[in-house]
Write a protein that binds this ligand. Structure first.
Ligand code: PRP
Ligand code: ZN
Length: 296
C-alpha cells in the first residue's frame, strides 16, 4: 500500500461498533467523506485526509508503525495490543466520548462469584488474554486463560470454560447466553491515537488543523450537565465523584429538610457505572443532559 505523502491518514474501523460514530465525529468536524468504490480507503474531499478502513484489531499496529499517522480505536483493543511483546507504542490523543463499553468477567447465572478469588483454578475464555492475565496478576489469582477469537459467550455452555472475559456494551449478548457480569477488567471507549513516528512538515501542519477541529467538536460533546438529589451527609462524597466537575451548585430542596439538589457541568464522559456509583452513594433522581454551547 503506498500512501500519499502530502496527506494525513486516519485508520478507522471498517464496520462495527465504532465506525458509525467515528464517521459522525468527522462529519461534525467538517470533513466531507467521499464514499468511493474503494473498500479499503475513503478520501476527505475538503481536507488533506484519507481514511483507512480496517479491522479494529489492526489499528494500533498501523498507527504504531506509522503507516497511518492517526487512528480511532477502542481503549480495550489499544491496551490489549500494547501488552503484546514488541508492539510499537502510540500516543493517546483524546477519548472521543462514544463507544462506551467495558471488558468484564462474566459467569453463568448458577456460578457463584465472590470476587477474583472465585476464579482460582478456573478456565476463562477470552479474546483479551493480556488484559485478563493482568487482571488475574493484580488480584494475585492463578487461572487458565483460553484464547478464543470470537463467540466467547458460548464457551461456558460448550464447557470450554467456567468464566468468560468479554466486552459488554448493552449486556444483551450476555443475557441471551444466560451469563451475568461479575467483575470489571477495563472501562473502555473510543480513543484517538497518533503515531510516535515523526511527521513531515506538511503532515504536521495538517495534523494541527485536524486536531483543533476535532477538539472543537469534543468540547461541547463531552460536557454534560448533571443534576441529582442527595442527602446532606452524602454531599461531600458525591461532589468528589462527579467526573471532571468543579464547584457544583448545591441548593436546598423545598419541603425536604436535609436534602439538596446538586447541579454540575461534567467535562468528562459520564458512564452508566458512574451513575450507579452515585446512586450507591445516596444520590437519587439523577439526570444527565447534553450541553449545546458553552462559554466559560
Ligand atoms: C462484543 C462482544 C459481544 C458484544 C457485546 O463484540 O464480543 O459479542 O460486543 O455487546 P452487547 O453487550 O451490546 O451485547 P464486538 O462488537 O466488539 O465485535 P468484535 O469482538 O468482533 O470486535
Ligand atoms: Zn474486533
Amino acid at each position: 500500500m503506498t500512501l500519499d505523502s502530502s496527506r494525513l491518514h486516519l485508520a478507522i474501523q471498517k464496520s462495527g461498533r465504532l465506525s458509525q460514530n467515528t464517521r459522525e465525529l468527522l462529519r461534525g468536524a467538517g470533513f466531507r467523506i467521499q464514499e468511493g468504490k474503494n473498500a479499503l480507503a475513503a478520501r476527505v474531499e475538503n481536507f488533506g485526509l484519507d481514511l483507512l478502513l480496517v479491522r479494529d484489531d489492526d489499528i494500533p499496529t498501523f498507527v504504531g508503525d506509522g503507516v497511518c499517522e492517526f487512528g480511532v480505536v477502542g481503549r480495550n483493543v489499544l491496551e490489549e495490543m500494547a501488552l503484546d511483546e514488541g508492539a510499537a507504542p502510540v500516543d493517546l490523543v483524546a477519548p472521543l466520548g462514544f463507544g462506551q463499553c467495558a471488558l468484564k468477567i462474566a459467569a453463568p447465572d448458577a456460578t457463584a462469584y465472590e470476587g477474583p478469588q472465585s476464579l482460582a483454578g478456573a478456565r476463562i475464555a477470552t479474546s483479551y488474554p493480556n488484559l485478563t492475565q493482568r487482571f488475574l496478576n493484580q488480584a494475585g489469582v492463578q487461572a487458565e486463560i483460553v484464547k478464543m477469537s470470537g463467540a466467547v459467550e458460548l464457551a461456558p455452555r460448550l464447557q470450554i470454560a467456567q468464566f468468560i472475559c468479554d466486552l459488554v456494551s448493552t449486556g444483551a449478548t450476555l443475557e441471551a447466553n444466560g451469563l451475568r457480569p461479575v467483575d470489571t477488567v477495563l472501562e473502555s471507549e473510543a480513543v484517538l491515537i497518533r503515531t510516535r513516528k515523526p511527521l513531515s512538515p506538511v503532515r504536521a501542519e495538517l495534523a494541527v488543523q485536524m486536531l483543533s477541529r476535532i477538539e472543537g467538536v469534543l468540547a461541547t460533546q463531552e460536557s454534560k450537565y448533571i443534576m441529582l438529589n442527595a442527602p446532606e451527609e452524602a454531599l461531600e462524597t458525591i461532589a468528589a465523584m462527579l467526573p471532571g466537575a468543579e464547584a457544583p451548585t448545591i441548593l436546598p430542596l423545598a419541603g425536604r429538610p436535609g436534602h439538596f439538589a446538586v447541579h454540575a457541568v461534567c467535562k468528562e464522559s459520564v458512564f452508566w457505572e458512574t451513575l450507579q456509583a452515585l446512586k450507591n452513594a445516596g444520590a437519587s433522581a439523577i439526570l444527565v443532559v447534553p450541553i449545546a454551547k458553552m462559554m466559560m
